[in-house]
Design a binder for this molecule. Structure first.
Ligand code: ADP
Ligand code: ASP
Ligand code: MG
Length: 421
């Protein structure tokens, strides 16, 4: 008998039909003799709808109240799933994040899990119940308030519970058959990957592959949790995300996958003096505003003027804040202008085999140039190359790069549900 954590995303519990379907699946696992802990997300696009609702009553909703509102989404799912399972003759009990012992720091909207004390979940299992836990939420001891873990955070709830309960596997059920070589909604010829290392999955998740939330992958990597991403719409085997053990030789494809991200914007600080300290000043101002940046490019200065441009990318959601911070420091930075562009897309190719294979960048840039797609910025890590294109070019860029690296499947990828929102 094993202990299995099963997490069902919003698209899997989108309506009553979905709730009944996943409940039957949970009952099946329980009947096979396993202990089952279930983590659920809010139904369908409930979280987005609640955010829209909050923004329609307040321009800047208070973070504490936003968390109170959003956690309601997962509570609806947990109670309905528990009822549906009970109606199948299996005993089940639901728990909010705080009842399940998900202790976090106090940062509303982006709280980090600091401890998991799943005493009540363990008790429920010992009494033969299936435990259903509301994902995405926790509790801060100092403030006594409810928190949320950030969008997509139910994945983290599931992995954290799996680690705390020493589960055999953490199954993440979603609306596609596993992790694909690219988002199957964007690249129809993407194919399912059977196994991927947590290192590569971290890079994919950090660069737009929202099938797994980055913090969940980090958590699993740190605590040695095996993740199995699979569909809740069929019984196909999905994708195993694993940590290769020391010395284990892993067959490393040169390119494992392609990811796209439309959530970033670009700022160009034009005409700053090309002298030591300029970049330090700009990025201190940005950091002091609490903004995380991604790529940075500094141009060669025009010899005649001794001036240069510094460009960087940041989340679109931080755009206004960054512009205000730079504007406030105009005298100190003595720039000529600041240009803001939020019509950009980021394409990344990820693969551990890049470490030992030359020519990946050349192949990437050639594929983009053959398609007439302009590259605005480039950055690399050991196992990733990212480029900024215009947002309008991103989909086509992903498709041509997927083909160029020989990743195309002959069959069209299936998407079983969800709206892609
Ligand atoms: P859930 O509601 O189950 O949490 P999400 O919408 O968060 O589901 O994640 C699943 C979606 O992730 C898929 O429908 C797909 O469009 C998207 N996705 C992005 N990149 C990938 C990828 N590389 N492999 C599979 N799915 C991906
Ligand atoms: N319901 C939350 C969201 O939409 C958490 C999750 O689904 O993982 O972001
Ligand atoms: Mg998700």
């Amino acid at each position: 008998m094993s202990l299995i954590v099963q997490k069902f995303g919003g698209s899997s519990v989108a309506d009553a039909e979905g709730i009944k379907r996943v409940s039957a699946r949970i009952a099946e696992t329980r009947k096979a003799g396993h202990d089952v802990v279930v983590v659920v997300s809010a139904m369908g696009d409930t979280t987005d709808e609640l955010i829209d609702l909050a923004e329609s009553v307040s321009t800047v909703p208070a973070p504490r109240e936003m968390d109170m509102l959003l956690t309601a989404g997962e509570r609806i799912s947990m109670a309905l799933v528990a009822m549906a399972i009970r109606s199948l003759g299996i005993s089940a009990r639901s728990f909010t994040g705080s009842q399940a012992g998900m202790i976090t720091d106090e940062k509303h909207g982006a709280a980090r899990i600091v401890d998991v004390t799943p005493g009540r979940v363990r008790e429920a299992l010992d009494e033969g119940d299936v435990a259903i836990v509301a994902g995405f939420q926790g509790f801060n001891r100092a403030t006594g308030d409810i928190t949320t873990l950030g969008r997509g955070g139910s994945d983290t709830s599931a992995v954290a519970l799996a680690a705390a309960l020493n589960a055999d596997v953490c199954e993440i059920y979603t609306d596609v058959d596993g992790i694909f070589t690219a988002d199957p909604r964007v690249v129809k010829k993407a194919h399912k990957i059977n196994r991927v290392t947590s290192e590569e999955m971290l890079e994919l998740a950090a660069n737009g592959a929202k099938v797994l939330y980055i913090r969940a992958v980090e958590f699993a990597r740190r605590h040695g949790v095996t993740i199995h991403v699979r569909s809740s719409f069929n019984h196909n085997e999905g994708t195993i995300v694993y940590n290769p053990t020391e010395g284990q030789t892993v067959e490393e494809p040169i390119i494992t996958g392609v990811a796209g991200d439309l959530s970033e914007a670009k700022i160009v600080v034009v005409g700053v003096p090309d002298v030591p300290g300029t970049a330090a000043k700009i990025f201190t101002i940005i950091a002091n505003a609490g903004i995380n940046i991604d790529m940075i490019v500094q141009n060669v200065s025009a010899a005649a003027t001794g001036l240069t441009d510094i460009s960087f990318t940041l989340p679109k959601t931080e755009g206004k804040k960054a512009l205000a911070a730079l504007d406030g420091a105009k005298a100190e930075l003595s720039f000529a202008d600041v240009v803001y562009d939020d019509e950009i897309g980021k394409l990344s190719v990820v693969g551990a085999g890049m470490r030992t294979n030359a020519g990946v960048s050349a192949q990437l840039f050639t594929a983009l140039s053959d398609a007439g797609i302009n590259i605005e910025m480039i950055s690399t890590s050991e196992i990733r190359i990212s480029v900024i294109t215009s947002d309008a070019d991103l989909t086509r860029a992903m498709q041509v790069v997927h083909t160029a690296f020989g990743l195309d499947s002959t069959e069209e990828a299936q998407v079983h549900g969800g709206t892609g929102r």
